[in-house]
Design a protein around this ligand. Structure first.
Ligand code: ZN
Length: 135
């Protein structure tokens, strides 16, 4: 489950930073490698910081695993991957460069989806093929 950051409540309590740790089910259609799927949930470890103008920075990492057929030799394989999370939220509508948020609450769904998309490799290689490619 992807939590929200309740900026209004946090600000009222004079809390300007914090951490979030959660896991969520990835959208299977984000992954476009043939015969490869997500193995389990995606874990996220995030830090947020609320600035005086109510803009909010969210940074951290996501952790996930892929399993399926090696894109080169088709052998069954699995790989653990890490992705970076780096988002900036402004009150109001998104300006195209930053995320927007309304009603004093930040939904992290779009940031999680974008971070995951960015972290996905274009193919999955088994250890032998990874080694072969690096030689
Ligand atoms: Zn292989």
């Amino acid at each position: 489950m992807i939590p929200e950051i309740d900026v209004r409540t946090l600000t009222a309590r004079k809390i300007s930073e914090g951490t979030l740790a959660f896991s969520f089910e990835p959208e299977a259609d984000l992954l476009e490698i043939p015969y490869v799927q997500f193995e389990g949930a995606v874990k996220a470890e995030l830090t947020y910081r609320i600035f005086e103008d109510d803009s909010v920075e969210v940074v951290g990492r996501i952790f996930f695993a892929l399993s399926g057929s090696c894109s080169r030799c088709l052998k069954e394989t699995r790989k653990e991957l890490t992705g970076e999370v780096d988002g900036f939220f402004l009150p109001g509508e998104s300006d195209g460069e930053n995320y927007g948020y309304v009603g004093g609450k930040i939904s992290l769904s779009e940031l999680m989806r974008d971070s995951l998309m960015f972290a996905l490799p274009s193919r999955l290689l088994c250890d032998a093929c990874t080694q072969w490619e690096n030689e």
